[in-house]
Design a binder for this molecule. Structure first.
Ligand SMILES: [Zn+2]
Length: 261
């Protein structure tokens, strides 16, 4: 086995572990019948805070550092990673544009609230965003930087717990069985290793691609935070709790990244 293969395997395994932590949250469906709106907004905001810090400390900054090690000037390094970030966000905007989709489970004013449809769109949104998340973890191992990869695995894995719980409880609340709710939430998390495999493979072909892919993975996550999670978690009157919960998630990931990474 050569280094390239090792990095791909590590990236895949790391994203598999992170994705599997969704199962811990999904298992909560046996203990909780319903989440209050404020608890749901708080949990999803904490997940967004983790994703935000992961974007900065585990993707953008390592991307800039790597571009520098390829011989680019500081200015060029930053611009490359930012361009990658814009591309990643644009790609996600295009994907969301052409996917039947709605802001998480927001009530559309005036629209006929079809609870079932809303819940499935929520499940779809969480599932979709797990793909770039997996890519982020997969790419995190790409330079053979295991500590950075571990910090990302742990951080992304942690924020998958509330996400898994939110999905499972939403499906249960729609009237499905507990086992079905559990399996649906688990499936949403297992998209993550697919993203991880793609990210790690892409980068193993070409190291100069790495700053672009790190920037791109950050852009995809930032897009979801700004376009989905923040509007959703601020739409039902829990804006202040959501903000502080986001800062709490941000603090946890910042700590993990600095101490482990
Ligand atoms: Zn997430």
């Amino acid at each position: 086995m050569n280094i390239t293969n090792d990095v791909v395997w590590l990236g895949f395994l790391g994203s598999l572990v992170a994705g599997s932590m969704t199962i811990l949250g999904a298992a909560g469906v046996w203990f909780v019948r319903q989440l209050s709106e404020s608890l749901e907004d708080t949990l999803l905001s904490a997940a967004a805070g983790v994703m935000l810090a992961a974007s900065v400390f585990s993707l953008l900054l390592p991307g800039i550092e790597h571009a520098g090690s390829l011989g680019h000037s500081d200015s060029t390094s930053v611009l490359i990673v930012l361009a990658g970030m814009m591309l990643g966000a644009t790609l996600l905007a295009v994907i969301y544009r052409y996917t039947p989709h709605e802001y998480f489970n927001s009530q559309l004013p005036g629209a006929n609230p079809q609870a079932l449809k809303r819940i499935w769109l929520f499940v779809l949104a969480i599932t979709l965003h797990n793909f770039p998340e997996g890519m982020a973890v997969g790419v995190g191992y790409a330079r053979g930087d295991i500590q950075n990869g571990l910090a990302l695995t742990l951080g992304i894995g942690l924020q998958n717990i509330p996400e898994g719980l939110a999905v499972a409880v939403a499906v249960l609340a729609a009237g499905y069985t507990r086992i079905f709710a559990f399996l649906t939430a688990t499936a949403s998390g297992l998209i993550e290793p697919l993203g991880g495999l793609l990210g790690a493979t892409l980068v193993s072909f070409s190291l100069p691609l790495l700053p672009w892919v790190l920037g791109g993975a950050a852009g995809a996550m930032l897009y979801i935070i700004s376009n989905e999670i923040i509007p959703q978690t601020h739409s039902r009157g829990h804006a202040s709790a959501a903000t502080f919960s986001l800062l709490g998630g941000f603090s946890i990931m910042t700590y993990l990244d600095i101490v482990l990474g």
